[in-house]
Write a protein that binds this ligand. Structure first.
Ligand code: SF4
Length: 345
């Protein structure tokens, strides 16, 4: 009833697809940027960043010429900062290795830094009309329900089965719209938990609807809760400035943070040869995918700091120009307040 799977989703897409600010373009640069931004980010939040990012970096060439610090600054607040670092590497790769043009080839797209199978398929299908299914959480949910895939979707064999199903179903004429239609169905109708089957064009042919087990699909592996990490966050002030350093660890690499340590604040101060005492200043918490930072905040008004540390002290204005991760939101608000109270710009 109602035509093939692709026909049904495409005619629904033509009537009900979302009109999003990053849609309606065939420009691979814009499509790639929007897909990278959309990973782990809500559409509404992403749209705002997307506009700002594009007005500063309107082309892949403009992005390739930027510094990592500036790109991170434009990414600030979006999280998962390795995306921003890879974005810059990939832009340079497109400019240096592909003459400034995104390759119209799935394998070459896939070889760009930070471009996984999903982004490859999204760019290949939307920009170049290649029949590559863009398999993300939305597509997995819609397909596993519609086609009755009732095994753990994290298993490699089930992933292969999903991909094969998607390859069989994808429209050869409009693969980009097909992918976007399934993204929209997954985002608005075939949602996690209880889907709105009554509004779904796939209802007459949906296996989960027939069986009544929509809420049990897709079958997911058991979630491991994020591991707590207890950290002391020490804000050291000296001469109207606060101490910050770019992280070298993989998590939040290149982002500026205050002194983070599992050691006691007094030991941290001794290690840095800073003179002064640390005072407790509240708590904060930040949840990452695999860990949660349970933070205790401390402040220290230093009476003396070694000369070699001085370049790492920033005024309030300088601090606000640095890329600072959302995990430091409470600490940064505290630093701002203290710097302002001290009458420092
Ligand atoms: S009928 Fe319901 S379960 Fe099936 S694809 Fe549509 S919204 Fe999802």
């Amino acid at each position: 009833m109602g035509g093939s799977f692709a026909d049904v989703v495409l005619s629904w897409y033509d009537r009900c697809g979302r009109k999003l600010p990053f849609r309606g373009t065939k420009d691979p640069y814009r499509i790639w940027l929007s897909e990278i931004m959309l990973q782990q980010t809500r559409t509404e939040q992403m749209s705002e960043y997307y506009g700002r990012f594009l007005s500063r970096f309107p082309s892949v060439e403009a992005l390739a010429e930027a510094s990592e610090g500036e790109v991170l600054k434009y990414w600030e607040g979006l999280g998962y900062y390795s995306r921003a670092r890879n974005l810059l590497k990939a832009a340079r790769c497109v400019v240096n290795d592909h003459g400034g043009r995104f390759p119209a080839d799935a394998a070459l797209l896939r070889s760009l830094p930070g471009v996984g199978p999903y982004t490859t398929a999204a760019v290949a299908s939307i920009a170049f009309s290649l029949p590559e299914p863009a398999i993300d959480g939305n597509l997995t949910r819609v397909l596993s329900r519609a086609r009755g895939i009732r095994e753990d979707v994290s298993l490699p064999s089930v992933k292969r089965q999903l991909e094969q199903t998607a390859r069989e179903l994808i429209s050869r004429e409009r693969p980009g719209d097909f992918n976007q239609a399934l993204m929209d169905l997954g985002a608005g109708i075939c949602v996690p938990g209880t889907p709105d089957c009554a509004s779904c064009p796939l209802m007459p042919q949906c296996s989960a609807y027939k069986e009544g087990d929509q809420e049990a699909l897709p079958v997911q592996p058991r979630k491991v809760p994020p591991r707590p990490v207890h950290l002391n966050v020490l804000l050291i002030f000296s001469e109207g400035r606060v101490y910050m350093k770019a992280r070298e660890e993989a998590l939040l690499k290149g982002m500026y943070v205050y002194c983070l340590s599992e050691k006691a604040p007094s030991a941290v101060l001794r290690g840095l040869r800073v003179e002064g005492a640390a005072a407790p200043a509240g708590q904060a918490r930040h949840v990452f995918t695999h860990r949660v930072w349970e933070m205790k905040l401390y402040t220290c008004m230093a009476s003396a700091v070694p000369a070699k540390l001085k370049p790492h002290f920033y005024t309030r204005t300088e601090m606000n120009a640095l890329p600072v991760p959302a995990a430091m939101r409470a600490a940064k608000a505290l630093a701002e307040q203290i710097l302002l109270e001290g009458g420092n710009a």
